[in-house]
Design a protein around this ligand. Structure first.
Ligand code: NDP
Length: 285
């Protein structure tokens, strides 16, 4: 993503994968809808070229860029500063040029939080979160900073789960605990929000089962999934059948895009345009 200055003396020419990139399509749809003369382009960067790529973005006057795995941690060494939550999360997925400096932010968790806040205020809520990878770290930090009372991290790998619980305890006010996965997890009855932030259920593993005992999930709980493809995961379908309100992974993906565009252009774009573009790619459910 970038603001490309077509008056510059260098015109890029590079081979790009032909398949439609959903993030590019989503952001470009917003630019077109709002008549923004901006471009969001996808460049494949190898780890050894990351430093040069960031220097190039600076030199070309890019307003910022998103970065995906495996660059989310390594990119921090090449930036001029890191935002508060990105610094606690320990990963950057979005950079923005501010006063000539390239600052690293993390919009994954913020995107999820915006989806959540459309339905409930996380302040004071008890949250059960499956997973302790990058998405879980970002979500855990943001719900903690938003005032959640308790986050229970349920994960397969003890090392990652304990590290995340410790990170939340050390760096945010939330009460965090780790529970190692052992069969299906029984959700405590006083839980307000259940989140799948593992990669279980991502296409093509659409029948993948999040290890939750659905008998312990009740209609008063809000159930969220980070998986964008398919939007209606097995978990969300089962939760809906129990009468739960649900949030799909498209909301998080759209909202992190809305936040990124606001950072780069200063403009609030219409999230529904972006969601419609993603639904045309992934299906609505
Ligand atoms: P990571 O690889 O960092 O973490 C994956 C997590 O899933 C780990 O906690 C891992 O457990 C757990 N996991 C994977 N397979 C299993 C399994 N079979 N059983 C139990 N646990 C399992 O990935 P990310 O955190 O970066 O991404 C996770 C998902 O979030 C992806 O599917 C991605 O598409 C989605 N995502 C969605 C976004 C959106 O905008 N909607 C944004 C970012 C990510 P363990 O630690 O034991 O390995």
């Amino acid at each position: 993503m970038a603001q490309l200055n077509f008056k510059s003396e260098l015109t890029g020419c590079f081979a790009q994968p032909c398949a439609e990139n959903p993030s590019v399509a989503m952001v470009e749809a917003a630019y077109q809808h709002h008549n923004l003369d901006w471009r969001y382009i996808n460049c494949e960067i190898s780890p050894e070229n990351l430093g040069d790529a960031v220097k190039g973005a600076r030199a070309m006057g890019w307003a910022g860029f998103n970065c995906s795995l495996p660059h989310k941690v390594a990119v921090m060494d090449h930036l001029d500063g890191i935002g508060e939550s990105a610094s606690i999360i320990g990963a950057v997925n979005c950079t923005v040029r501010r006063d000539g400096k390239l600052i690293g932010e993390n919009t994954d968790g913020k995107g999820f939080l915006d989806s959540l806040k459309e339905l409930i205020d996380p302040a004071g809520k008890k949250i059960v979160m499956f997973g302790a990878g990058g998405a879980a770290r970002a979500i855990g930090v943001e719900v903690a900073l938003a005032g959640a009372a308790k986050v229970t991290i349920v994960n397969r790998s003890t090392r990652r789960g304990e590290e995340l619980a410790q990170r939340l305890t050390d760096k945010t006010p939330v009460a965090a605990e780790f529970v190692a996965l052992d069969g299906e997890f029984d959700v405590p009855a006083d839980t307000d929000v259940v989140i799948n932030s593992t990669s279980i259920g991502l296409f093509p593993d659409v029948q993948g089962k999040v290890p939750v005992n659905m008998d312990t999930v009740t209609s008063s709980m809000l159930v969220a999934d980070v998986i964008p493809n398919p939007p209606q995961t097995r978990l969300l379908k089962e939760a809906k059948a129990k009468g739960c309100t649900t949030i799909d992974g498209l909301g998080m993906l759209v909202n992190q895009g809305v936040i990124g565009i606001k950072y780069w252009t200063g403009i609030d774009v219409d999230a529904s345009i972006m969601r419609a573009k993603l639904e045309s790619i992934f299906g609505a459910g």
